[in-house]
Design a protein around this ligand. Sequence first.
Ligand SMILES: Nc1ncnc2c1ncn2[C@@H]1O[C@H](COP(=O)(O)OP(=O)(O)OP(=O)(O)O)[C@@H](O)[C@H]1O
Ligand SMILES: [Mg+2]
Length: 120
Amino acid sequence: MKELLQVQNLRKTFKVSAKQQKVQKTKERIKVAVDQLSFCAYEGEVFGLLGPNGAGKTTTLRMMATLIKPDAGDILVAGTSVVKNPEVVRGKIGFLTSELKLEEFFTPNYLYDFFQNFTV
Ligand SMILES: Nc1ncnc2c1ncn2[C@@H]1O[C@H](COP(=O)(O)OP(=O)(O)OP(=O)(O)O)[C@@H](O)[C@H]1O
Ligand SMILES: [Mg+2]
């Protein structure tokens, strides 16, 4: 079967804000959300990503959807790299999420530009 989704040694960290440090009762400045994640999903397959709360599932999906960039590693969507060609990936996928998790640089205009690249 054809490999449709190739996740390769994916890593993503977040800076933990002072507010988050308080809420999460941690002094950690950096949160490793995804570390060394690799897997493959094949054409025609229904693929589920399971893990406990905070395991990094949504972060992985946000990287797949090109909403955020990996610190290291890559995801190939039907052969196209989310790191090298995010706009091409956006043209290939539809992405429906219950938690978009907006970043500070996501202005209304940025979001219009971003979603106009998706296939409808
Ligand atoms: N923007 C962010 N800033 C700081 N930490 C973040 C950010 N996004 C996610 N995290 C942290 O990264 C880790 C992974 O979060 P993520 O939302 O990917 O987990 P999840 O597997 O989707 O969890 P859930 O099952 O609760 O939806 C968590 O510890 C989370 O608090
Ligand atoms: Mg989640």
